[in-house]
Ligand binder design. Structure first.
Ligand code: ZN
Length: 534
């Protein structure tokens, strides 16, 4: 009898920090371990990661990586530090990205590579990787197969039957495996479930990018750095149009290096030039591919647009192509760039005016086409926020009423028994917040930071012996400083007259309370106040 439990600890009910567990009698197979970027600027938080403390460490642990995006591999170093015994299985391109990540943390690990012909045994199950199309090379879903139940898991994909540089989505493999199981379950991507229609293929963009690149203009293109096949198409178009192409930005250069190591492309085949060589060419002959498509503060796009990049001054003869779409929450930052470009009268080209960006996730039509090919018995929407998961369920009910849907969130799961699934529950644990040198920072500390940021700080040092008082403020309006003498008098009276005979702790607390009340009368709010007695 097949013994299988499936449960997500991350990525279901949110987008990011993906982590789903397939548990058999003796094995725990963890699918991906990624990071979640905070939705807004969040006091310099690096990212959030799923809590892994409920993993059953009596079983053999394996980490199976589906592809190299940060929301799937970004937190691996944390998992390997906590569970050094984990065996890691990864596609080749993702493994190069992971190794670079682990090197930075001085973790030396051997990874097991897989491709579409690989198979991995976990008790009575066999994991069969399935090549899928997405927005980074070498993305895989898989079928977790036994005679009784086959589960298809694809967190990120689009159903592309005409991709650039890679094979088509291998739905035939899924059909075959599903046909040799009594029951089947599909767990699929909810990212674009609100969008009717079909997701564009990378190859749909080529003629539109070609027309733009053919313009006799200096061309800037900003895009997601990990979209290697988009970059490869741009390299091809530079060659075709007899132009030179260069890249600006750390992450683009990093991915380009990794792509070459993975033999996905070779810059020697293209008219690629180093940035320092641009002066040797006429400006309308150069295509700059740059980072920062989301308006990031440290991105090359912002630097160039603000005029802070050496040797580049934008003017009205330039065109700036945003071959990307703002991730919800980043729109303001991106429009800031549009406004700066508009000031210089640079042509702005984006996905709204031209077909120059393709998502890596399935719209409704992609899901329909795939489901018509594979017709599963059960269905669990994944990779999406709760609203999207619910909409995904509605979509399945509407178009495939014969499929039984199951709604899951992180820390809920299913167990396969008697040809069907029953729900199981874990204790929900908030994701960990990672900060600075990859340290965990507690939620209370974040709310402390929020208070400091919102209200500023007053430091008061009371010298018990000399009765001297020193006051320093941070983050308060200059106008408040003119009241510091008054505050000093108040603290002086409170500490050394009114409470002269009280113990230090009591005096300190009284000075703190009086200071905050005094500050509120001027500022309208109470700053954080730290009082010390020396
Ligand atoms: Zn992805």
């Amino acid at each position: 009898m097949s013994n299988l439990k499936i449960y997500p600890f991350g990525g279901v009910g949110e987008i990011g920090s993906n982590m789903t567990i397939f548990e058999t009698s003796k094995h725990i197979v963890i699918i991906d371990y990624g990071i979640l970027f905070p939705y807004e600027d969040f006091f310099d938080i690096n990212y959030l990661i799923a809590d892994s403390s409920q993993l059953d460490t009596n079983k053999e642990l394996t980490l199976f990586i589906t592809h190299g995006h940060e929301d799937h591999i970004g937190a691996i170093s944390h998992l390997l530090t906590e569970y050094p015994q984990i065996k890691v299985i990864s596609p080749s391109f993702a493994s190069i990205l992971i190794k670079a990540k682990l090197e930075r943390r001085k973790i030396n690990r051997k990874l097991t590579l897989y491709d579409e012909n690989s198979q991995f045994e976990f008790d009575e199950f066999t994991l069969h990787p399935v090549h899928v199309t997405h927005s980074i090379p070498e993305t895989f879903g898989f079928v977790f197969h036994s005679k009784e139940i086959s589960t298809l898991f694809i967190s990120d994909f689009k159903f592309d039957l005409n991709p650039s540089f890679e094979d088509i989505f291998n739905y035939k493999k899924i059909q075959k495996l599903f046909a040799s199981s009594k029951k089947s379950l599909a767990m699929l991507d909810s990212t674009n479930i609100l969008n009717p229609g079909k997701t564009l293929s990378e190859s749909d963009l080529i003629e539109h990018l070609d027309q733009l690149i053919a313009n006799k203009k200096r061309t800037f293109v900003t895009m997601f750095s990990s979209n290697i096949y988009r970059l490869k198409n741009l390299l091809e178009l530079a060659k075709k149009n007899k132009k030179k192409i260069t890249t600006i930005g750390r992450s683009l250069n990093f991915y380009l290096e990794c792509a070459q190591e993975a033999k996905l492309l070779s810059l020697e085949d293209y008219p690629y030039i180093e940035f320092d060589a641009i002066q040797n060419y006429s400006s309308t002959d150069i295509i700059y591919v740059v980072t920062g498509s989301q308006g990031e503060h440290l991105g090359a796009a912002r630097r160039i647009i603000k005029g802070d990049q050496k040797n580049i001054n934008l003017n009205e003869d330039d065109q700036f192509i945003f071959s990307s779409k703002p991730i919800p929450g980043n729109e303001k930052k991106v429009y800031q760039l549009y406004n700066l470009l508009a000031q210089k009268n640079v042509s702005i080209i984006d996905y709204k005016t031209h077909t120059i960006h393709a998502s890596g996730h399935p719209c409704q039509e992609d899901l329909k086409q795939l489901l018509e090919h594979i017709s599963p018995d059960f269905y669990i929407p994944i990779h999406g926020e709760t609203y999207f998961l619910r909409k995904h369920i509605d979509f399945i009910h509407h178009h495939f009423s014969q499929i039984e849907t199951i709604y899951l969130n992180n820390f809920q799961g299913v167990e396969f028994k008697n040809d069907t699934f029953r729900l199981i529950n874990f204790s929900p644990i908030d994701p960990h917040i990672i900060h600075g040198n990859d340290l965990i920072i507690e939620r209370e500390k974040i709310s402390e930071r929020r208070k400091i940021a919102n209200n500023g700080i007053i430091f008061i040092t009371l010298n018990h012996k000399s009765q001297h008082i020193e006051i320093t403020t941070k983050g308060l309006p200059t106008e408040f400083d003119s009241s510091l003498l008054k505050l000093k008098d108040l603290a002086d009276y409170c500490a050394f007259v009114e409470n002269k005979k009280r113990d230090h702790d009591y005096t300190i607390e009284q000075v703190r309370i009086k200071t905050r009340t005094f500050a509120k009368s001027i500022l309208g709010y109470k700053p954080i106040t730290l009082v010390h007695m020396v």
